[in-house]
Design a protein around this ligand. Structure first.
Ligand code: 2U9
Length: 333
């Protein structure tokens, strides 16, 4: 008997208890209610005779305590290892940077939202254009300076030397394409990139973005133009905006105007007039070019540089910042 207790003791000390499974197997093997090794040793008490019985019982009890101790130890070890591995869900999360829309995109979106509420849909078109859609249909005379290599980026030399395929200088050719391919009335805005052969500086870049608009229907007047742009300026710059229409000239509109808003700064001098867009009543020659009857239909058009509006609103003093993609600049918007 004593021998078998020693043997069991040696065996149970040798078992490794590294996993939950090993611990459970160990428990069943030694302490299981049916056929547990130690349980059986307890059952054997009744076969031990006389004075040896007490000593036997004590030794089996000790064996049981040792088996239980090993289980407890192994469980504690497992629990502390698990604590090390398990993430501490009470720690604050690690922030990761979230991007934002480019200020040009944000401004274009806002302009688009204002005109969407006034019933305008959005049209888009090619950035590579031909002379007809970029110039001729828009009533540019043959000798207009914009048709010059100095001002326009040509992919093919201008006529008569070449076909005059060019990078569009404004988004107006898209309105020409809209009028060529559908019947009036039209109420569209056209956002997009445009290109100009300009010296790069703080105020001009070789490419920029415009939003242009076109509204053509029966009986559209200059009063509609003024009210539309008044609503636009109030939405963009606040309901207390002070604006003025100043006569101007464009080949494609007659009469034409530029819109300024009064920009108040902290200097207390009453503010400065800053130009935000150009506009006018669409020239009948333009309607003729796309077979829309100017006797029946009239309308207005307007155009604005998105960079200019974004720079005004955010106090950006150099257009090139909008094209350098410096995250320190962009993260501010
Ligand atoms: C069609 C007929 C007329 C679009 C117009 C302007 C006035 C204008 C400038 C603003 C600053 C260009 O980005 S800018 O340099 N644009 O002043 N644009 S009216 O007139 C059109 C367009 C299409 C068929």
């Amino acid at each position: 008997m004593a021998d078998s207790i020693d043997k069991v003791r040696a065996d149970l000390e040798a078992v490794s208890l590294d996993t939950d499974e090993q611990i459970e197997t160990f428990r069943i093997k030694y302490l299981g209610r049916k056929k547990g090794v130690i349980t059986d040793l307890f059952a054997g008490i009744r076969d031990v005779e006389g004075p040896e019985r007490g000593a036997y019982g004590q030794r089996v009890n000790e064996l049981k305590r040792r088996a239980e101790e090993r289980i407890d130890e192994a469980k504690r070890r497992g629990a502390s290892a698990a604590t090390v591995d398990r993430p501490d869900v009470t720690l604050p999360g690690r922030p990761f940077p979230v991007g934002s829309l480019h200020p040009i995109t944000q401004t274009a979106e806002e302009i688009r939202r204002v005109f969407a509420r006034l019933g305008y849909s959005v049209a888009e078109g090619p950035e590579i254009e031909d002379d007809f859609h970029n110039f001729t249909a828009l009533n540019f005379p043959a000798d207009h300076p914009a048709r010059d290599m100095q001002d326009t980026l040509f992919l093919e030399p201008p006529p008569p030397q070449g076909s005059g395929v060019l990078l569009r200088t404004h988004t107006s050719p898209v309105q020409i394409r809209v009028m060529e391919s559908s019947r009036p009335p039209y109420r569209v805005i056209v956002p997009g990139r445009v290109y100009r052969n300009e010296a790069i500086s703080y105020k001009s870049y070789c490419l920029f973005h415009q939003v242009e608009g076109l509204c053509i229907d029966e009986g559209v007047t200059m009063a509609d133009l003024k009210e539309t742009l008044r609503v636009f300026a109030r939405e963009m710059f606040g309901s207390d905006v002070v604006m003025r229409f100043r006569p101007s000239f464009f080949p494609f509109t007659e009469p034409s105007a530029e819109v300024d808003i009064l920009w108040k700064d902290d200097s207390g001098n009453g503010g400065r007039w800053l130009e935000i867009l150009g506009c006018g009543m669409v020239d009948p020659n333009v309607l003729d070019a796309v077979d829309v009857d100017p006797e029946r239909y009239t309308g207005f058009a307007f155009g604005m540089g998105i960079e200019r509006i974004a720079m005004l609103r955010h106090g950006i003093d150099d257009i090139r910042l909008l094209y350098e993609n410096d995250v320190r600049f962009l993260a501010q918007f």
